[in-house]
Ligand binder design. Structure first.
Ligand code: NAP
Length: 260
């Protein structure tokens, strides 16, 4: 884990501290902005060196635009030690860990008969084990605080499956079992654990699809459009709030009617 910035510039600590994995861009960045807009201090995260400046820029934006404390920590959540260092680093710099958003995710698409073992393992390691690693590290702090909100970024394909995405769909389906089990383990400590299941959202991940693929997908969405990162962030913001304390172990879809 690399400490990118530790100048948690602020006029004073906010009441809630959030860690958002994979928040250098896309949905994660929008979530970081939404939580900061709600007054939370935020730890931004990315994995690759190439994304370090984007993570730093996001943290700087949160400080400037919302007046919260924000830091950026590089850590590969698939690695248990790095994930623990991320959570511990956020706690050390910002004082608490109240909200954990397991947003970091990757795809390595191929039909099963052509899918390499490495591609299966890499997707499970980041999308599913990464969430386990971060939840495990954060749960000890949240249990002591007797407060916590964990939100895992699932997907419609984790519920319905998708040809060419067996690894990705399995990782997202696995998050549902992880979240429901953790919800039962932690509910007595005022900690909620939920899954958000977006359909197709406009980000770099979906931007990699060809125009014809994107048009075919749009046709399957009742709303006839992709969602925006901000729309997903707004849902996550509510699940992360104090008001959402009686919602746990749920999978909340946000897909423009795609799964109907
Ligand atoms: P994205 O634009 O590709 O951004 C992914 C983010 O995750 C980046 O910040 C990336 O940082 C980070 N990341 C990747 N591997 C990581 C690791 N091992 N450790 C820490 N950070 C890591 O993705 P997105 O489209 O915003 O998607 C965000 C989440 O929503 C994912 O879990 C995805 O599966 C889910 N989702 C997306 C859609 C969609 O339509 N876009 C739909 C349903 C669900 P680096 O650049 O450093 O790797």
């Amino acid at each position: 884990m690399t400490l990118l910035k530790h100048d948690a510039a602020a006029d004073g600590a906010s009441e809630r501290v959030a860690v958002v994995t994979g928040s250098s861009r896309g949905i994660g960045r929008a979530i970081a902005c939404e939580l900061a807009r709600a007054g939370m201090d935020v730890c931004v995260n990315c994995a690759s060196q190439a994304s370090v400046s984007a993570a730093e820029e996001t943290a700087a934006f949160l400080r400037d635009a919302y007046g919260v404390r924000a830091i950026a920590l590089a850590a590969n959540v698939a690695d248990a030690c790095e994930a623990k260092s991320l959570i511990d680093g956020a706690r050390e710099a910002l004082g608490r860990v109240d909200v954990l958003v397991n947003n970091a995710g990757i795809t390595r698409d191929a039909l099963v008969m052509r899918m390499g073992e490495d591609d299966f393992d890499a997707v499970i390691a980041t999308n599913l084990k990464g969430a386990f690693n971060c939840c495990k590290a954060a749960s000890s702090y949240m249990m002591k605080q007797r407060f916590g909100r964990m939100i895992c970024m699932g997907s419609v394909v984790g519920l319905a499956g998708n040809a060419g995405q067996a690894n990705y769909a399995a990782s997202k389906a696995g998050l549902v079992g992880l979240a429901k089990s953790l919800a039962k383990e932690l509910a007595g400590r005022n900690i909620t654990v939920n899954v958000v299941a977006p359909g197709f959202i406009e980000t770099d991940m979906t931007g990699a699809l060809s125009e014809s693929q994107q048009a075919a997908i749009r046709d399957r969405i009742a709303a006839k459009r992709y969602g925006t990162p901000e729309e997903v962030a707004s849902l996550v913001g509510f699940l992360a709030s104090d008001q959402a304390g009686y919602i746990t172990g749920q999978v909340v879809g946000i897909d423009g009617g795609m799964a109907l």
